[in-house]
Design a binder for this molecule. Structure first.
Ligand SMILES: Cc1cc2nc3c(=O)[nH]c(=O)nc-3n(C[C@H](O)[C@H](O)[C@H](O)COP(=O)(O)OP(=O)(O)OC[C@H]3O[C@@H](n4cnc5c(N)ncnc54)[C@H](O)[C@@H]3O)c2cc1C
Length: 424
């Protein structure tokens, strides 16, 4: 279903308050208790700043059973798994849910279907068009890829959870107490889904350009297109790629650089200019391209905070959802008394670590592609463009975080992997 007319934003409707026990939320709190009821998206004219400011930012000092820091893909996927179990789950983010788009919002369509998020779908593509300086190839994909509306997807996902939400900036942590700009929150189960900064990690955080991070920037001009396109072209970026993702009235055009020392603003603007698109509505961030320990000092890390974004493609939404679900299932078993927190930390840590080989392979290819001579790139891509090879490689790629995991239920299956670095 197509949702938005040109230039409009789709925002989730206010969600009903779940009937979960007699305690009403404190009157001062900016609470949106989200129920399993599916929110109905509404159309608004202009984006509005929803984040609480000034006097609205009342003190926030409390305990809860589960504290999920970050209300984007990873955090909301964790919360979804905790729906209806009667736990006191609090989600915090510096912005309102869905307020700040964090990506080009492209995902294998099967993931939208598996999570019943089709209402956010904008455009679907069966082919990938790859441009090199010397030619263009089209890969007929074995599965489709879709763009979606960020606000609608976050609203739908949030509507599947049962939790309280507060806007607050997370500053750090001491033990099981998380410090925010509105006060301290204490919880035995803490999730960091705050993105690449890994705010709740131990010690000094690694910063770009030394960290294993890529740079990504895109513009969102109004317009239309039929193809999902990428550019592997050193004139734009020495190591990385450019993209154009049409999304029903808007096109997301950007450049990702695997080398954090290379700036991406100028090439992003140049690619947009080459495509005769306006350079408007910028959106950019650092993107991790290496796995990090998924648990540390008693905290669960999910999504970009654990380096769950895939190297080479910088696809981090489905993996944030996938590992978010895995983490949520482990937390659920703790709340239901089936396992200890320590066991959950160890199991989730091991589950994430089991994917290290796939991530390492993709990182190798990420490092290899820029070394291929430009004149060899086109013939190489053509050779790899046989239907058989495309099906094989893209199916392997999908298997890294397959949508069937959503329906799997239960706890993730784990092989035994030594859990060094798992929780204390
Ligand atoms: C330009 C660009 C385009 C991309 N395009 C795609 C794409 O098309 N498909 C794809 O799969 N991946 C894409 N990615 C990667 C993808 O965006 C990330 O991997 C994904 O968003 C990770 O999800 P997450 O929930 O872990 O983190 P995020 O989506 O980054 O969410 C982190 C959340 O934490 C909040 N937060 C951060 N710090 C604080 C704080 N201190 N206090 C309170 N809240 C805080 C933020 O407001 C945010 O809501 C792209 C990345 C970039 C930069």
């Amino acid at each position: 279903m197509r949702l938005q007319p040109l230039g409009r934003l789709v925002v989730p409707a206010p969600v009903p308050i779940a009937a979960r026990g007699p305690a009403a939320p404190p009157a001062t709190a900016t609470v949106a208790r989200l129920s399993a009821a599916r929110p109905r998206p509404i159309i608004t004219g202009m984006p509005t700043r929803a984040t609480k400011r000034g006097r609205e930012r009342t003190p926030l000092q409390r305990d809860c059973d589960v504290l999920i820091c970050g209300a984007s893909f990873a955090g909301l996927a964790v919360a979804r798994e905790l729906a209806g179990i009667g736990a006191d789950v609090l989600v915090v983010d510096r912005y309102e849910i869905g307020e700040r788009q964090t990506s080009a919002c492209g995902i294998p369509t099967a993931w939208l279907r598996a999570l019943a998020l089709e209402e956010s779908l904008q455009q679907t593509f069966g082919e990938l068009v790859i441009h090199t300086p010397h030619s263009t190839v089209r890969y007929d994909l074995p599965w489709t890829f879709s763009t979606f509306d960020y606000r609608t997807l976050c609203g739908l996902l949030a509507g599947m959870g049962t939790f309280e939400f507060e806007t607050a900036k997370v500053d750090g942590r001491t033990g099981d107490t998380v410090h925010t700009d509105r006060g301290d929150i204490k919880a035995p189960l803490i999730v960091d889904a705050l993105g690449w900064r890994r705010v709740l990690g131990v010690g000094e955080n690694i910063q770009p350009p030394d960290a294993l991070l890529s740079r990504g920037l895109e513009v969102h001009p109004f317009g239309s297109g039929e193809d999902l396109e990428v550019w592997i072209d050193r004139s734009y970026v020495p190591a990385g790629y450019g993209w154009s993702f049409p999304a029903d009235g808007e096109v997301r055009i950007g450049i990702g650089s695997f080398d954090p020392r290379h700036h991406v603003r100028e090439p992003t603007e140049r690619l947009a200019a080459d495509l005769h698109a306006d350079r408007v509505r910028y959106q950019g961030n650092w993107i991790p391209h290496a796995l990090r320990d998924a648990t540390e000092d008693g905290v669960f890390f999910v999504g970009d905070s654990a380096g769950h974004c895939l190297p080479l493609t910088a696809e981090g939404i489905r993996t944030a959802l996938y590992f978010g679900i895995a983490c949520g299932r482990e937390l659920r078993r703790v709340i239901e008394g089936e396992q200890s927190r320590e066991r959950a930390l160890a199991r989730y840590h091991d589950f994430s670590a089991q994917h290290a080989l796939a991530f390492r392979w993709m990182l190798r290819v990420q490092r290899l592609v820029p070394r291929v001579a430009p004149r060899l790139l086109a013939p190489s891509l053509r050779t790899m463009g046989t239907k058989r090879f495309v099906d094989w490689s893209f199916n392997h790629y999908l298997n890294v975080a397959h949508p069937s995991f959503v329906a799997g239920g239960g706890a993730p299956r784990t092989r035994h992997v030594p859990s060094a670095g798992a929780a204390a």
